[in-house]
Design a protein around this ligand. Structure first.
Ligand SMILES: [Zn+2]
Length: 317
């Protein structure tokens, strides 16, 4: 150890003599203490060497039964002095902490029937939408948002042809047909799954279909070719309803992923009451996205749940 007080003559000239005297006395005390510390350190090294020789491996079982003092000394002193000593097995290792649950991530899947090829514009449209809606949730939730499994959708070529999804044999809703077929590629599941799944299926439903895609709930959301067109073609006129722009379809994703995260429609909306908060995202405000909002009760649900587990400034994928 060395003193940190400067003995430089030039510097000393500018310091009052009374202060210098006291500093010199402190220096002397420091030197004496330094010598004692060195002696203690040498003793500790000797003790450590002796301990290491005493606790020869064949005697180490003693550490676990009767020699608590030696065991404690061995563990404490060897740990404190570190370095060259042989490692000593701890007497009672602490129990292993429970394995940490991985954070829930959102997985986007672009699923094509067997007779529809990969469409790069569809994939790019999904990618723009997922980045935009993730940021928007972050803005609504004071910076909290969801974690993406990947910044681009995973592509799945399903084994079944397009027609089988429009009139699915044995399935009342096209949702079920897609949920089954997409298992060809990904282990999609709801409940207890560390993922929320958003599946964009290239299935063009008839305009009259009221039980189709564009739905969400329980950790899953399914979107259809209406959405894929809306996200990739700015002139897309859905079922003669007029050109609505990308925002309508990004907002649609925001609404359905909200259901996947467990959000219901606002109170009174399903019953058609005038008290329905219509401009909220989870009502019909999604058509005007981004000029819509999450309600305070919805924010509470999201912030207390497992899905908003990162910040919008961090990497998403
Ligand atoms: Zn809804």
């Amino acid at each position: 150890m060395t003193s940190t007080v400067s003995k430089n003559g030039g510097a000393r000239a500018s310091v009052p003599k009374q202060i210098l005297n006291r500093l010199d006395k402190l220096d002397q005390r420091f030197d004496r203490l330094d010598a004692k510390v060195d002696a203690v350190h040498r003793d500790v090294l000797e003790l450590r060497a002796e301990l290491v020789s005493v606790i020869d491996p064949k005697y180490r079982p003693l550490l676990a039964v009767g020699s608590r003092t030696i065991a404690c000394l061995a563990v404490c002193i060897l740990a404190a002095c570190g370095g060259e000593a042989e490692p000593v097995a701890p007497v009672q290792p602490p129990p292993a902490p429970p394995p940490e649950q991985p954070p829930v991530t959102v997985r986007f899947v672009y699923a094509s029937p067997s007779d529809r090829p990969f469409n790069a514009e569809y994939s790019a449209g999904i990618e723009r939408a997922l980045v935009s809606i993730r940021e928007w949730y972050g803005e609504q939730l004071g910076g909290r948002t969801f974690t993406l499994q990947s910044s681009a959708p995973e592509w799945c070529q399903m084994a079944a042809p397009h027609e089988s999804f429009i009139t699915p044999p044995g399935y009342p809703y096209v949702w079920d047909a897609v949920e089954t077929a997409v298992q060809d590629c990904v282990p999609l599941a709801s409940g207890g799954d560390p993922h929320v799944w958003v599946v964009y299926a290239d299935v063009m439903e008839p305009c009259a279909d009221s039980y189709g895609l564009g739905r969400g709930g329980g950790g899953l959301a399914f979107m259809g070719a209406w959405d894929l067109e809306g996200l990739s073609d700015p002139e897309w006129d859905h079922c003669g309803g007029g050109v609505l722009g990308f925002g309508r379809w990004i907002g649609g994703l925001g609404h359905e992923i909200g259901h996947a995260f467990g959000l219901p429609h606002p109170p009174g909306c399903d019953a058609g009451l005038s008290t329905c908060d219509r401009e909220a995202l989870m009502a019909v405000g999604f058509v005007a996205w981004p000029d819509t909002y999450l309600r305070e009760d919805e924010k509470k649900i999201l912030l207390e749940g497992p899905f908003m587990n990162t910040t919008s400034s961090s990497e998403g994928g």
